[in-house]
Design a protein around this ligand. Structure first.
Ligand SMILES: Cc1cc2nc3c(=O)[nH]c(=O)nc-3n(C[C@H](O)[C@H](O)[C@H](O)COP(=O)(O)OP(=O)(O)OC[C@H]3O[C@@H](n4cnc5c(N)ncnc54)[C@H](O)[C@@H]3O)c2cc1C
Length: 377
C-alpha cells in the first residue's frame, strides 16, 4: 500500500497537476494520461482481486482518494464511477456470471460504467423514479430519461434503476439493470455545460423501448434495486468525503504558498494574524474531516453499519471543503478571482460535492432519521 500511495503521489504531482490547465481548456483528459491511469490500476481500485482489481479495503480506498483529489477533480471523476457507483451494484448484488462478465473489463479501464438513478422529476426523492422496465419474455423493455449521469458519454455500461412493478410506487417497485451502450433504444443526450469540473462529463441517458436481456437484471431479482442503490451510495459518500479532504488539502497548500510569497505592507501576508486565522481554521477543519473519514472507513472494514457515519462524513467534509475554497480565494485576493491560479477553478469544481450523491440537506435527514430510529428502539 505504501508503494501505491507513493507512486500515486508522484503521478499526481508530475502528471496530473501539470495537465490541469489543458483539461480545463479542452474539456478532455489527454489519452496519454488515461493510459497511465489504466497502467496504475486506478480504474480497478475497489474491484475484488478475483475479478482483476486491486481489491482495496475502504481504509486503503480513502487513502488513495486523499491523494488523487489533490489534482483537478475531473481526473478522479473518470475513475470514480468504475470504482464506486458504476460497479458497486454489481459487486454487492450481482450474480457470479454478471461479475465475471463485466468486472475484469471495468478493473482494466477498458470499459467505463455509469450509474443512472436521477431523473428530470426525481433527484433527492430518488424512490419516486418513473423510468419503467416491463417484462416481455426473456427481455425487459425500458422507457424513461435519466439526468446528469456522470461519464455517460464515455460509458460502455450503465447501472440503471427502473420500476418493474408500477403498482408499488416507492422503493419496493424498483429493480437494477446493466444496460450496454449500443443496445437499440439507448440514446445519450448532449453533454451538459457545467459550472466547473471541465473534463468530467455528464449527460442525459434516454431509454426508448430499449430491450434488455432479462439476464441483465442485477442479482436476477426484482424489487431490490433501490436497496442496491442505497448500499452503493453509503460507500460512495465516504469516497466523496475523502475526495473533499484531498481537494481541501490542495487548496490550503496553494493558499499557504501564496501567503508566504505575497508581500503587502512590507511583509508576507502570512504574517498577518487575520490571514493566519483563515489558514489555521482550514487546517483544523481538514484534520477533523480526515479523522472522521478514516474512522468511518475502518468501521466499514469491520463490517459495522456506517449509514450515519457516511452521511456525517459527506456532510461535514463537503461543507468544510466549500469553506476552505472560499478562504483560499480570499487569501489569494484579486489573484483568487482570475484564472491564472488554480484556486479560481477549484472554487467552482468543489461546489458540486455539496450537491451530488445526496445533498447536504439529504445527509442531515439521513443522520437525524437514524438518530430518531435508534432512540425509539
Ligand atoms: C455534475 C453532476 C453529476 C451527477 N452525477 C450523477 C450520476 O452519475 N448518477 C445519478 O444518478 N445522478 C447524478 N447526479 C444527480 C445528483 O445526485 C442530484 O442532482 C442530487 O441528488 C440532487 O437532486 P436534484 O438535482 O434533483 O435536486 P432536488 O432534489 O430537486 O433538490 C433541490 C434542493 O431541495 C433540497 N431538498 C430536496 N428535498 C428536500 C427535503 N426533503 N428537505 C429539505 N431539502 C430538500 C435539496 O437539498 C436541494 O437543495 C449528478 C449531478 C450533477 C450536478
Amino acid at each position: 500500500m505504501a508503494v501505491l500511495l507513493d507512486t500515486l503521489s508522484r503521478f499526481v504531482r508530475e502528471q496530473l497537476v501539470p495537465a490541469e490547465n489543458e483539461v480545463a481548456e479542452t474539456d478532455e483528459i489527454p489519452e496519454s494520461v488515461v493510459a497511465d491511469m489504466r497502467e496504475l490500476g486506478l480504474f480497478g481500485l475497489c474491484i475484488p482481486e478475483e475479478y482483476d482489481g486491486l481489491g482495496l479495503t475502504m481504509e486503503e480506498e480513502v487513502l488513495v482518494a486523499f491523494e488523487i483529489a489533490k489534482a483537478s477533480p475531473a481526473f478522479r471523476s473518470l475513475i470514480g464511477t468504475n470504482n464506486g457507483i458504476g460497479s458497486q451494484g454489481l459487486i454487492v448484488d450481482g450474480t457470479e456470471e454478471q461479475k465475471r462478465h463485466y468486472l475484469p473489463r471495468l478493473a482494466s479501464g477498458e470499459l467505463i460504467a455509469s450509474f443512472a438513478l436521477t431523473e428530470p422529476g426525481s433527484g433527492s426523492d430518488a424512490a419516486s423514479l418513473r423510468t419503467s422496465a416491463r417484462r416481455d419474455g426473456d427481455f425487459y423493455v425500458i422507457n424513461g430519461t435519466k439526468r446528469f449521469i456522470t461519464n455517460a458519454p464515455e460509458a460502455g455500461i450503465f447501472t440503471v434503476m427502473a420500476r418493474t412493478n408500477p403498482d408499488i410506487p416507492g422503493a419496493g417497485g424498483i429493480s437494477a439493470f446493466i444496460v450496454e451502450k449500443g443496445t437499440p433504444g439507448v440514446f445519450i443526450g448532449k453533454t451538459d455545460r457545467k459550472m466547473g469540473q471541465k473534463g468530467a462529463h455528464t449527460a442525459d441517458v434516454i431509454f426508448d423501448n430499449c430491450r434488455v436481456p432479462a439476464a441483465n437484471l442485477i442479482g436476477s431479482k426484482e424489487g431490490v434495486g433501490f436497496k442496491t442503490a442505497m448500499k452503493v451510495l453509503d460507500k460512495g459518500r465516504l469516497h466523496i468525503a475523502a475526495i473533499c479532504v484531498g481537494a481541501a488539502e490542495r487548496m490550503l497548500d496553494d493558499a499557504l504558498r501564496y501567503a508566504v510569497e505575497r508581500q503587502q505592507f512590507g511583509k508576507p501576508i502570512a504574517e498577518f494574524q487575520l490571514i493566519q486565522a483563515m489558514l489555521a481554521d482550514s487546517k483544523a477543519e481538514i484534520y477533523a474531516a480526515r479523522s472522521m473519514v478514516l474512522d468511518a472507513a475502518r468501521r466499514r472494514d469491520n463490517k459495522e453499519d456506517i449509514s450515519t457515519e457516511a452521511a456525517c462524513c459527506k456532510m461535514f467534509a463537503s461543507e468544510m471543503c466549500g469553506r476552505v475554497a472560499d478562504r483560499a480565494v480570499q487569501i489569494h485576493g484579486g489573484a483568487g478571482y482570475v484564472s491564472d491560479y488554480a484556486i479560481e477553478r477549484f472554487y467552482r469544481d468543489v461546489r458540486l460535492f455539496r450537491i451530488y450523491e445526496g445533498t447536504t440537506q439529504i445527509q442531515q435527514i439521513v443522520i437525524a432519521r437514524n438518530m430518531i430510529r435508534n432512540a425509539q428502539v
